[in-house]
Design a protein around this ligand. Sequence first.
Ligand SMILES: Cc1cc2nc3c(=O)[nH]c(=O)nc-3n(C[C@H](O)[C@H](O)[C@H](O)COP(=O)(O)O)c2cc1C
Length: 299
Amino acid sequence: MLSTKIASLDFATPLMTGSGTFGHDPAALRFLNPADLGALVLKTVTPEPRHGNPVPRMAEFEGGIVNAIGLENKGLAYWQDTVAPTLEGLPVPVVANAGGHCADDFVEVVKAFQDMNGVAAIELNLSCPNVQGGILYSTDSIGLAKVVTACREVSDKPMFVKLSPNVTDIRPLAKAAADSGADALTVCNTLIGMLVDWRLRQPVLANGIGGMSGPAVKPVAMHMVSQCAAAVDIPIIASGGAACADDVLEFVVAGATAVQIGTAAFLNPAVISQIASDLRSILAQENLTLADLRGSLKL
Ligand SMILES: Cc1cc2nc3c(=O)[nH]c(=O)nc-3n(C[C@H](O)[C@H](O)[C@H](O)COP(=O)(O)O)c2cc1C
């Protein structure tokens, strides 16, 4: 009833984990019934290991959290040797997420993912607000197109391009990604923000700024999902503040084919199973399918 298709892949449900919120490996599957999860999206991998930003690098506020993890990961070589073998034969498709500072970094990681049997699809993180240097692919459609085209040349696996909300108009970036060979767009990454400790007269995060996620970003993501769905013909994977079945259905009505759940799982690691169960009940009660609702927003 909840099955969903993107490119050549069949997903049991439209629900996916959000990259960076369910770990670097499949350990998080312990908290989930595989029948409830469409895909396990793992944390961004970069060519070289990264320690990430200094702590504190995550803090809560009323509407969610602000993080500046800075893409901490053990690097591609470790991932190839240690994580990739654990991905084979899992009960859910795995989406590996690639990051880097330049096109060559992305190509190196994508090439490696292409050769890993356990990686069903690739997500390009062209939108991390917490790393410095390199071209700002997230805001420059020409730079973004170059990276997507280069990655497309080295991989025929389904490729999702994750866009940034930190732009005045997301549509040129969505079009650039679609025209360069993306199979789907993940809309969107975190929104740049800052928390201040007035007593200390300093930002709460050691990095100063970070990426905002959780319920407060849902209206921003909703608008951008709706804009992207109208601008391109490839599926949209919503990401930003979804925490319950109604949130998921709102994103579907706005045009999403799948929805990633990130911050909500910090509060309740089993939230994806709860949402899947609620979706089944609501759709049965209303005698509706996801396809009936997808993109049905009346503007
Ligand atoms: C602690 C944390 C770490 C994250 N790390 C990554 C990452 O490594 N790669 C990535 O593409 N997105 C990363 N994200 C962004 C999430 O995947 C997601 O796009 C964003 O948090 C919005 O969804 P949410 O409100 O459901 O969390 C991270 C988010 C959080 C909160």
